[in-house]
Ligand binder design. Structure first.
Ligand code: HEM
Length: 164
């Protein structure tokens, strides 16, 4: 539901920006894309850190219940809507600028798809923690914690340096 509302609002806001700003819409849409990416990444970097602390809390404890609320809100209020906005605006930018036949963009898209897969993995983990069914160790989440960082570095280098 929240994802559908995010897509709807983003499409409407982008359409309004295109009509109101004409040729000047591109940099504005790019600015909102970068703001959405910052929000998405902030959540993707913080959520596995919560999982590490959550593993160390006893099941049924007050602390564990607090982590459940923090994880659910972070996912539903920040991470999911930010991912939707990033995708919608990123694809609009690529379509407008004609990047779909460029090598750096294909590579960026592969890494962003991988990041979206990690996002799905984290969503499943939030559900598992919510039902006290997490089976992974704190060490596992410490290692997984580095994956969004590495993907982010690759994506930013590809879109800014455009090595090929
Ligand atoms: C969700 C799918 C995504 C798509 C389809 C997409 C696509 C694009 C496109 C077409 C541009 C405009 C490039 C230009 O005109 O210079 C752009 C800009 C940018 N994107 Fe994305 N992007 C996505 C996700 C991401 C992610 C996950 C990150 C970082 C982790 C990111 C970081 C950036 C940055 C930093 C810029 C500004 C580059 C500049 O001004 O030179 N994007 N993106």
């Amino acid at each position: 539901m929240r994802a559908a509302v995010s897509i709807g609002l983003t499409v409407v806001a982008t359409a309004v920006a295109m009509v109101a700003l004409g040729d000047n819409a591109y940099p504005w849409v790019k600015a909102v894309h970068v703001i959405a990416i910052i929000s998405w990444m902030a959540g993707m970097l913080y959520l596995p850190r919560l999982f590490i602390y959550h593993c160390e809390a006893d099941k049924g404890s007050k602390q564990s219940e607090t982590f459940k609320v923090m994880e659910r809100r972070l996912l539903q209020v920040i991470i999911n809507p930010a991912m939707v906005v990033s995708w919608v605006l990123g694809l609009w930018l690529a379509w407008t600028a004609g990047y779909f036949n460029q090598g750096w963009f294909h590579a960026k898209l592969m890494l962003v798809l991988a990041l979206s897969g990690v996002h799905g993995y984290f969503s499943a983990a939030v559900r598992a923690f919510a039902h006290d069914r997490n089976t992974k160790s704190a060490r596992h989440w410490r290692i997984v914690n580095e994956v969004p960082t590495l993907l982010m570095i690759g994506i930013v280098v590809l879109v800014i340096v455009r090595p090929f």
